[in-house]
Design a protein around this ligand. Sequence first.
Ligand SMILES: Cc1cc2nc3c(=O)[nH]c(=O)nc-3n(C[C@H](O)[C@H](O)[C@H](O)COP(=O)(O)OP(=O)(O)OC[C@H]3O[C@@H](n4cnc5c(N)ncnc54)[C@H](O)[C@@H]3O)c2cc1C
Length: 596
Amino acid sequence: MAQDRAERIDALRRKGRVQVLVIGGGINGISTFRELALNGVDVVLVERGDFMSGASSAPSRMIHGGLRYMENGEFALVRESLRERNLLLANAPHLVSPLPTLIPVVDRFSGLVGAVRRFLGGKETAGARGALIIKLGLCLYDLYAGRASGVPRHSFFGGRETRRRWPALRSDIVGSALYYDARISHPERLGVELILNSEQGSPKALALNHLGLVGLEPGGAVLEDSLTGERFTLDAEIIVNATGAWIDLTNQELAGKAPRLIGGTKGSHLVIANRKLYEAIGETMIYFANREGRVCILFRHLGQVLAGSTDISVETPDGVRCEPDEAAYILASIAEVFPDIPIAPDELIYRFSGVRPLPRSDHSLTASISRDHSCEWLDPAASAAQPVLNLVGGKWTTFRAFGAAAADMVLTKLGLPRRMATEHSAIGGGRDYPASERRQAWIEGLAEATGRARETAERLLARYGTRAVEYAHTLAGGGDEALLSLPAYGRGEIAWIIEEEHPETLADLVLRRLTIAFTGELSHAAVLELSKVMAAARNWDERRRAAECAALFAELNTNHGVSEAMLRRRDTDQGNSDVRFEEGPHEPAVPQRQMS
Ligand SMILES: Cc1cc2nc3c(=O)[nH]c(=O)nc-3n(C[C@H](O)[C@H](O)[C@H](O)COP(=O)(O)OP(=O)(O)OC[C@H]3O[C@@H](n4cnc5c(N)ncnc54)[C@H](O)[C@@H]3O)c2cc1C
């Protein structure tokens, strides 16, 4: 049984001092925590909200080399990203899978001059990319991905073949390029699995959500439990500031005056339930430049269509959400490629937004700001009593390399050797993931152990990878009881998530441990039913349960465009499982390299 949160906080309070304190539980803070934990460092991670609730829950879900970054001359970043993509395909095959990507081509030669100028440091906008520039980029991309990437090389289609395969695309398209990248089905889960692996791998490592840094005193960092309001201090030899777009604000807490490192840009996405669009896209991601030259993405994800994103400079990362003008911008961009598919307002079933923690730049074009990462010690003159390492920039895809680089700097400072590397470490349910030929037998074994249908077992493998076996063990041979409002989930399954994965609020469970809000499966009845399962597991009284429901309804309405009225309508629609166009597990379109 996992240790209770109050006990974990109490243990930390009594301990009083650690070697390293990582502040920020997004993917980069978690990655650094993992590297340090697995190398035997006494490390604690604190996150003031839920794990993976900042930018790390808001990406386009692409695990990619970043074809676009080659225009800016960032070849080293592309090479590193492709290497990390390939590693993730192997280490987390339950969550990361190949994604065929289509670039519609509107003419053959445009983009060449602009690309060369940008490469030489010019600041002009990208504009349309012609066939020649795309071909050049994709040849390099394949080269960097290497033969062992496990995904096919790119190919080109002429205009007729493109129209045959994607008849709804706008009619003046002269051809298309198809290449392969990867996507992550549930980024928040991967972050949590990294935490679980780290804590299992090191008895000294501890990660706590809803615990934020609020200041620094002579006795150490002042931490505040946002669920109880209690404060205590924790001393650390080294502090890692991994607070993404909040880095500068955190440094102010730590050192008063500190140089500005971050210039965040906000990006928003829409989840669209439109059958025509879903069918028009097919199995490929459509990766296109809109009229302004901004690259947009459109692909099937978890049975819906995911579309994005915007790129807007923001002064503060707090309280960002997808505003109506951003939704209109994304819809207008879609209409540029699929002009004959109308999208109704009630087909926008979810929206989300986050702030990219980009390095501070005076570049007027947000898309041209580097997505590379760096680790910087805070100037000792400005710094507090202990050294502070800042994690600046980065992409989701490169979290492992970024965390490893940060950990190396910390290990050097502590005078400790690196004992292990993580390149080939399986993540969570990616461990012992069944190879194609063993997959059916594996699924049947799980169906037997859970007492549920074969299709359900297949879905469990897609959701949790091989960790589904851990869940099966909690059932002690008996079957699981399906939730009334969400028959695709078992009551025991939800109880297992609550027990093992540290959701502390109903929103943690619904928005980040599960995908039901994103997919449109969430209904009013489901909120109530899940709140009761959580209340039983966490000993909440009726008042707390009601408050948790109210907080979730407010967050859904404010940040995700999901009103209570929408949720109530889904209660009376014919069953929530009809909401998605594709039932069952998220299947890769290309066979994956399997773990043995
Ligand atoms: C719209 C958008 C699309 C993107 N698409 C992609 C993509 O497709 N592929 C890709 O590779 N990358 C993508 N990215 C980039 C990627 O998501 C980010 O680079 C990455 O998630 C940043 O992670 P992080 O851990 O540095 O920051 P965050 O995830 O923001 O984590 C920082 C954390 O620090 C916490 N925090 C702040 N202050 C405190 C405090 N005082 N105490 C404790 N905790 C604190 C915050 O609550 C937050 O959880 C995208 C980003 C955005 C916004």
